[in-house]
Design a protein around this ligand. Sequence first.
Ligand code: ACO
Length: 429
Amino acid sequence: MEDFATLTYNGQKITLPVVIGTEGERAIDISNLRAETGFITLDPGYANTGSCLSAITYMDGEKGVLRYRGIPVEQLAEKSTFKETAYLLINGRLPNREELTRFSVMLNDNSLVHEDLKTFYQNFPRASHPMGILSSMVNALRSFYPALTTLNLREEITITMTRLLAKIRTMAAMSYKISRGHKVVYPRSDLTYCENFLNMMFDNPVRPYQINREAVNALRVFWILHADHEQNCSTTAVRVVSSARVNLYAAISSGIAALWGPLHGGANQAVIEMLTAIQADGGSHKKAIERAKDKNDPFRLMGFGHRVYKTYDPRAKIMKKMCDELLESLQINDPLLDIAKELEEVVQKDPYFIDHNLYPNVDFYSGIVLRAIGIPTSMFTVMFAIGRLPGWIAQWKESVDDPKWKICRPRQVYTGAQAYDFVPIHARV
Ligand code: ACO
């Protein structure tokens, strides 16, 4: 097979190397293009741009495939724990018993947050969005936990990553408790990662939280399904920001900010808001569908469509099944689930959605799952952020370990005014 591509322009011919991935994806390496031809490439939204070589996550958007470090996400969702999946993503392989124990001990030892952080929470206006708070608080962690100059870089990285994984769920639960004016619940060493989070969210002195197996399992699957998704918007934000050699807390904080957007992680909240609006409108989804198809209306059907998946999102398949099972086992009858299913059925037969390859994405059913386990809508995207943290860390670590790691600095095609002279204020019209 040819291992180069030829580009011809105005009689000039240059060859560009072709890079082939382990699953056969092909890329034209243009890293010398400008030096050799003076040209740059133009790709708004980077839809055709490979920004890195990566060995973490594989997805095939046409076939609906998603694997972490080679393992199908379906198998992880069925058999793995979130902690183990996080280890897999970050370290490249599943931990053995001893490694998992060491990892668990480190997470437990780092799960408390500095007491002074509480005062920060108390000073955010009550109506603040939890994603804005989380992004700020994660950034603030650097001030509380400055670089440890006594450690070498590897050890420093390990402790920083562990701190983040351990503290993020404490911080998320803390923000919820403080927003309700309730006493903060501390993590417990006898609980698992998922149990601990639910306990910190829902335990209170007058109604102690009873660990609910179904809720714990749903949270485990939810977090595993969100753990990584290769070079999506927030992960790219983490990679770009960290390429300036900023600390990991600041880089993760930027990922959280990107995830907040309704076209990305914020869609899980937006889906519930959309379904609720349909419910308030008497249950008819006709208006929403018509609006989504109208080119003059910016409205989109939330939870549908994906940059890479042009078929059913494999995560959405698992989420939908889990949603049914969870609601049944908890004996919850959520009318939004009926509306969601009806909407999906109608959309599946609509030529607009068929022609545009618009299928449910992971966010479509995830909000109903989160509602069932008692998570308030405003916290949905925070739940996504906790799940995505191992992926952000793994992607960050991969870029740090890359000997060719460079500052990310795209170019542009300038379309503004050509040079003209400064006009003094009295002479301006
Ligand atoms: N509803 C209606 N039309 C849609 C939708 C939608 N949800 N998504 C895409 N389209 C249409 C666009 O209008 C466009 O139509 P046109 O070609 O006739 O002009 C076409 O499909 C392509 O859309 P783009 O915006 O170019 O696709 P892109 O790959 O840039 O966007 C995205 C992907 C942002 C996910 C988009 O599908 C969307 O906005 N979906 C709704 C928000 C959402 O659910 N986001 C979560 C994504 S998953 C995640 O981040 C975890």
